[in-house]
Design a protein around this ligand. Sequence first.
Ligand code: NQM
Length: 347
Amino acid sequence: MQMRGGSSKGAYFVDSDLPDEPAERDDLLLRVMGSPDERQIDGIGGGHPLTSKVAVVGPSTDPRADVDYLFLQVVPDRAIVTAAQTCGNLLAGVGPFAVERGLVAAGAETTEVRIRIMNPSVSFASARVLTPGGRVRYDGDTVMAGTPFPAAPIDIALPGNDAPIYPTGRLVDRFAGVEVTCVAAGMPVVLVRAGDLQLAGDEAPDELEADQELRSIVEAIRLEAGSAMGLGDVRDATVPKITVVSAPRHGGTVTTRTFIPHRVHTAVGVLGAVSVAAAVRTPGTVTGPVAAPDRIVRVEHPSGFFDVNVALDEGGAGTRIRRSTVVRTARKLSDGLVWPRAREVGE
Ligand code: NQM
């Protein structure tokens, strides 16, 4: 099934429909999405990281969950499929998909879907899906920045865990000569002040992507930060993301522009925004001068804003997340069979 999940789009599979062996599964998914090819012209990927995503969903063996969700990022222009990060945007489609496929029985009005997240950094989520008359409702009035049309709301709660969210053990580090905050509250993110990169902070994504000098500084910071965050050599990895922060422009809490990590997000990732919100609410991070410490953090991004409600156990560099909640929407786009490209002789 193809679905828009939040401000991203992807292919959702029931796990038993894919090969068990990860290398075989990834090879198939490259062919399904049309990678490696910048345009993904021979597959169903959309030629951008935000539209080249896969959700694998199946019944959970954990009594605390109904379904397991494994997120796979299929890199458009390289033969890479990675499970190193999750995706909170595709997560929005997991509840509706689970109901559509009969993995979870629909309630008469709403259905609570308990999800175990199989990627690192975040473990469980629950999604409340509108199911009047036992069928998923997609239409509604909820407007979500990053998508053009209103749709039915999906309330998502992410419980915290015991892991401190500042993986370097410090609130501020210096990498490639620039002060940063490394935070991992579901998504590993490196926060950098716009002014420290000679940016205003509200530039358009394509303007940032076109600036080669900026991109090489961002990558230098990312490589050093990635290893300090315990992620190893992140040259070929999609994490950590780099989020440039500056003062709010439209009454929110903070302005963001996020490298994911080479293209610039046209909005903001969900767990990426949770990480930003947690840092905004922790005194002493690089977001300090631009932040208001309300529990609801309004993260401004290139296409609007995203409200994150985050509760923390405060403790400086030992801060932990207690719970965060977000509202997203999702929509079924198509449902059927996909024909993967055949393997070429010699490939
Ligand atoms: O941070 C893009 C997206 C994401 C990730 C990315 C996401 C999240 O918007 O939870 O949703 O950061 O690669 O789909």
